[in-house]
Design a protein around this ligand. Structure first.
Ligand code: PMP
Length: 405
């Protein structure tokens, strides 16, 4: 699709793997959720249509096999992010992973007067759970400002951190701006005052190679559905010593060691945090998604999306009325505004030309306040996008500027 557009990129040539993307449709909303490749769809179909049974309980062969598949997925996730299988907790998504850390770690470790450090660009799911726990224990929240080019300002972070800060929670990649955090430095700064650090990896794992051991963080969360996998499944990775010291999140089946009415004891992690029948086929689908992404290679995906961002930013910056947000080296995401046109109108007009972008506050209202806008238009890329999609986007924006004169 790159030919004839005047834009150069190295296409990954995987569009044919995605049956829900019809020819001529530019899907530019992968930061909200990614489309699903055939191997993931097939794994889900097989999971329900051929191999289905419960896990961890049945003594019959089918259930034992499903349990093996379920635990193989845990090992695959661990290998994918450089952790250990017993440190991988399956959740409904990143949101549940953050709430789990807020309620099981922060609510039990923080005291009145302690402080939590977040940044201006966080998704609501990396703000609200901390506000909830702060009001429960009497802790305070501080907010790291952004640099002029819209990165989390780590020099400001260094100046803000005190011994009272017990937890730092930051997006590894911003879902609005695509800004990539220097996570190693953020980890060093947090640990320098004895604080723990959680990284919200929702937008990072589909776009960059991530290794939690190299990063040195304490907790890492992501959602399967942004990683070309199913909805309703996500991952919380935590350092085992921290997880092992944490009380359970929810009570129920599967998370116990022994139950009596006098006293119940809990299973070790990760089982302790996985009450109830899990999203079995979701886990199997996530395994297939990780295999798919690793099969292409995150270095290649990152290079591809970085090239698309550069092309999109270069082309959009030629249009006078377009204002671009975020740093020039954003990972896979470009937020922008068209002067005098509400982002919803931009998205509606683009949709008429078969270009799907997101418009709104992107669950980051404090960031919108800091940018001084009510909303932005956001184009976000995935493995299936190519230069043709950017050409369609630019053509659509030119149409917007003509319509709104
Ligand atoms: N953090 C970031 C950076 C995100 O992009 C998202 C999803 N938009 C979330 C957290 C929440 O993820 P989920 O809704 O899948 O739990």
């Amino acid at each position: 699709p790159a030919s004839g557009t005047g834009l150069n990129t190295t296409p990954l040539d995987v569009l044919a793997d995605f049956p829900a993307i019809p020819a001529g449709w530019a899907y530019l909303d992968t930061a909200a959720t990614s489309q699903k490749p055939r191997p993931v769809i097939e794994a889900i179909t097989r999971g329900y249509g051929e191999t289905y049974a419960t896990v961890h309980r049945g003594v019959y062969q089918r259930s034992a096999d499903m349990t093996l598949a379920f635990e193989a997925a845990r090992e695959r996730v661990a290998r994918f992010i450089g952790g250990k299988p017993q440190e991988v907790i399956f959740t409904r998504g990143a949101t549940e992973g953050i709430n789990l850390v807020a309620q099981c770690w922060a609510a039990t470790q923080l005291k009145a007067g302690d402080r939590i450090l977040l940044s201006t660009l966080e998704h609501h799911s990396n703000i609200v759970p901390w506000q909830m726990v702060a009001s429960q224990v009497g802790a305070e929240i501080d907010v790291i400002p952004l640099t002029p080019d819209h990165r989390i300002d780590l020099d400001a972070m260094a100046a803000m951190l005190t011994e009272r800060h017990k937890l730092v929670a930051l997006a590894h990649v911003s879902n609005v701006l695509g800004s990539v955090l220097d996570a190693r430095r953020a980890v060093e700064l947090a640990h320098g005052v004895g604080a723990k650090i959680l990284l919200d990896g929702c937008q990072a794992v589909p776009r960059l190679p991530v290794n939690v051991a190299d990063l040195g963080c304490d907790f890492y969360v992501f959602s399967g559905h942004k990683l070309y996998g199913p909805t309703g499944i996500g991952v919380l990775w935590g350092r085992y010593d921290l997880l092992d010291a944490m009380p359970p999140y929810q009570g129920g089946g599967a998370m116990i060691d022994r139950v009596t009415f006098a006293k119940t004891t809990y299973a070790p992690p990760p089982g302790r945090f996985e009450a109830g029948t899990p999203h079995i086929v979701g886990v199997v689908g996530l395994h297939a998604a990780i295999d798919y992404v690793d099969g292409i290679g995150l270095d290649r995906i990152h290079a591809h999306e970085t090239a698309l961002v550069r092309q999109a930013r270069d082309a959009l910056s030629q249009i006078n009325s377009v204002r671009l947000f975020g740093p020039h080296d954003s990972a896979g995401i470009v937020s922008f505004a068209v002067e005098g046109v509400h982002p919803h109108d931009v998205a509606t007009i683009l949709d008429e030309g078969s270009v799907a972008i997101r418009a709104g506050h992107h669950c980051a209202q404090p960031l919108m306040d800091s940018l001084g806008v009510p909303a932005t238009a956001r184009a976000s890329f995935g493995v299936y996008n190519g230069a043709g999609d950017i050409a369609a986007l630019v053509k659509g924006i030119e149409r917007v500027t003509r319509i709104f004169g």
